[in-house]
Design a protein around this ligand. Sequence first.
Ligand code: AGP
Length: 608
Amino acid sequence: MCGIVGYIGNREAQGILIGGLKRLEYRGYDSAGVATLNSTGELTNIRAQGKVAQLAELQVKNRKTDSIGIGHTRWATHGAPSVKNAHPHTVGRITLVHNGIIENYQDLKHILVDKGYEFQSDTDTEVLAGLIDSLYSDDTNLLDAVLGALRLVVGAYGLAVIAHDTPDQIIVARSGSPLIIGLDDEETFIASDASALIGHTDQVLYLKEGEVAVCKAGDVQLYDIKANPLSAAVETLEADMQAIQKEGYEHFLLKEIHEQPDTLRATLAGRLHLDTMTASLGGINMTAEELRAVKNIVIVGCGTANYAGQLASYFIEQFTDDISVRVEIASELRYRSFHVADNTVALIVSQSGETADTLACLGELKRRGVRCLGIVNAVGSSIAREVDGGVYVHVGPEISVASSKAFTSQVAAMVLFGLVVAQAKGIGAKELAEYVQELDRLPFEIEKVINTVEDSVAHLAKEYASYEHALYMGRDTLYPVALEGALKLKEISYIQAEGHAAGELKHGPIALVDDSFFEVALIADNWLYEKSLSNLIEVNARGGHVIAITNSQKPIEAEAVVQLNTDLTVFVPLLFNVVLQLFAYYVSLERGNDVDQPRNLAKSVTVE
Ligand code: AGP
């Protein structure tokens, strides 16, 4: 999620702004910038793609003593990550930073271009700067120009605006994207979340929806959208950094499970087109002809990333009829004398982009001349830099060691790749539309699952938290979900949990069923329903303690049943997975473990 900072006071703004952006790095971004004004209105705008550290290096070469400025960390929505698309954006005398999406920016852009405006970036934000500039004149002050522009805008915004000829104020406005103002005797601080204010002031003012503020050094005046003055309620900020970054959740894992609808929307943003019922990916650097020629896909990853690949492999083979997909554990593949068929593309899956085994496989595959595409979260990471192209999943930093939102978006990103390949290979429009529509609805369905099952799953977790052994089972696309669900449980609850293909139980694992185990049976309402049910009955018959998770409305005999109500059919495994994430979280909580930093584990395994 993008981050906003602003400062006006009696100290050097650049350092304060960059320090604030560092505090907001956890929100995820792919570029950053700071703009300051000196007392004569001379603007210094420094922008960089990649980390805030790179911005800091540029600032050293462009050091100014200006005492007013704004800054931004951008997480690409309109326009790819690049310097030209990085905020702050300047048009005419206006420079601004913006969180949110201006939905009618194309219409506004046409109007401004007709007025002679020229735009350098692909962003909606630059258009907003142009709109304000077009209204800012000798007899329309900055506040009125901003208010006039906001009355024309459709969409969500949190923004901070400066004008080159009024270097004594920053105008901020909120509609759908939070902004907080920190006050000191002679200084005023602006931020999109309080973590950037800690250490500067604890006197804060939370901008409310529809409010606009004129911020001067140590002074703020609030207005509504009609320019009516409003009273300001200053509060005392009582929170530490981590508490703020968890946004009220007890653990990062729970926050990251809950933010999946939004992070999945971010993964899909600009890549699903409901007007044409198609999918597109900007960064894979493959022509339609090259996509058509793909006959083999090898997916490489570790742990959760590997299981995401396993789940995606079912979907990719479903979308196409001439591609075979194989999924490899990176630590195995790197030492095996494996063969790579012609017309193979490799998908290198990694949240951190730094996993040593995965990175090593990438190197070996490239040495063999295989085209490698990254399915990565961390922008600018080693894997992201070494692949031939790829898809950033854009879920923001995943703080909890146990992966949650990354898994869902890794699968979605590989599904998008599968659809793009299928499109090149001539998939029927009706079938394609069904996939696009389901994918578009998936964030909402995840939200619905979380809202409907969380309490019952938390209660269930208490009942099963004392077990030391568990078997997870699923068929078809629920098999990789069983693997991932078992991994989630074992890595944060320390219960010995194993995932199995449900059809495999009678080939050995069912010997384990006794009172020291509980079982999780994943039962999809599809053509394998009866077979999945019979596996559950086999376990029940041996005295198993079975938790059935199902999207079927038919009654199921089990010790506990978690019912999913959804009319999704294709991507429903990702809903089952959310239930298992929540179950693992609440079991770990019940067992008193360190949920976010489980024993023996690291977030990124950068060594073998
Ligand atoms: C997932 O919950 C684990 N923390 C672990 O399996 C992780 O998925 C694996 O180490 C791969 O990490 P990566 O995605 O950063 O490459």
